[in-house]
Ligand binder design. Structure first.
Ligand code: NAD
Length: 258
């Protein structure tokens, strides 16, 4: 129980990678604030955390809205105590070729992924700074290191997350706050699977979505298999403890960005 009695916030913790991270932190001993746009799924994750014997608070937030983020940090600390760890995981994707990419769609993705990461990090640093301790982990992507066709605005938002993380890490390095980025590869969540996911979009003529999912894992990843939300949780548990790792963008992508 390396993180015994630490308090951790996970945005987008209602499902997918955020849920895996929340459960991994709870298994390592942390109490968890699960924040999500969808309060109902945040409550489901909170029930799973409580079943592990940890305290948990489910809160609603829209990370792209400054007032909502301020309220989240206030309610999180009032409910569970001072934040030690913050995982800015919530994010969205859109699939559009450059000629079909509208200004509205560009803003939609940038406002959640880039602006949301900025707003959360700013509010978290503000409360961690006075205590001179904190671990912030921003969830970027392998698409923050390598470009993908039809994902130009998503890639731009994730490159932004990595650049922002690097700069803020330097700004707060002497104040006891470490800021790193986690770059997942291919993780079996709604982002890849189902009718609107990437594997359906990148299926070949006559190929089913499950068949495309299998092919894409094998063709894109040197290891040949997708990662799990639990794999992401393992790195977050490590980063939540590491003393001298800051400003890094660490890939958990089965070798994709080698
Ligand atoms: P997901 O869609 O399964 O979950 C995202 C969660 O974020 C949902 O619970 C959703 O309600 C929440 N959310 C969305 N907009 C929000 C907002 N404005 N405010 C608060 N919460 C909001 O996605 P996922 O696959 O678990 O992705 C999580 C993170 O990992 C994202 O930042 C994503 O870009 C990144 N990522 C995912 C993959 C992958 O393979 N799945 C790969 C690389 C990076």
């Amino acid at each position: 129980m390396q993180l015994n009695d630490k308090i951790a916030l996970v945005t987008g913790g209602g499902r997918g990678i955020g849920q895996g991270i929340a459960l991994a932190l709870a298994k390592a001993g942390a109490d968890i604030v699960v924040a999500d746009l969808d309060l109902a799924i945040a409550r489901e994750t909170a029930a799973d955390v409580e079943a592990l014997g940890r305290r948990c608070l489910a809160l609603q937030v829209d990370i792209s809205d400054a007032a909502s983020v301020r309220r989240l940090i206030e309610e999180a600390e009032a409910g569970l105590g001072p934040l030690d760890i913050a995982v800015n995981n919530a994010g969205i994707i859109g699939i559009h070729s450059l000629d079909a990419l509208t200004v509205e769609e560009w803003d939609r993705v940038m406002n959640v992924n880039a602006r949301g990461t900025f707003l959360c990090t700013q509010a978290e640093v503000a409360v961690m700074r006075s205590r001179r301790v904190g671990r912030i982990i921003n969830v970027a992507s392998m698409a923050g290191k390598v470009g993908f066709p039809d994902l130009s605005h998503y890639c731009a938002s994730k490159f932004a997350v990595i650049g922002f993380t690097n700069a803020v890490a330097k700004e707060v390095a002497a104040e006891g706050i470490n800021v790193n980025a986690l770059c997942p590869g291919i993780v079996d969540t709604g982002m890849w699977r189902g009718e609107s996911g990437l594997s359906a979009r990148w299926s070949q003529e006559g190929e089913s979505e499950p068949a495309a999912w299998e092919r894409l894992q094998k063709s894109l990843l040197p290891q040949g298999v997708a990662q799990t939300p639990e794999d992401m949780g393992q790195l977050v548990v490590y980063l939540a403890q590491a003393e001298h790792v800051t400003g890094q963008a660490i890939a958990v992508d089965g070798g994709f960005t080698l």
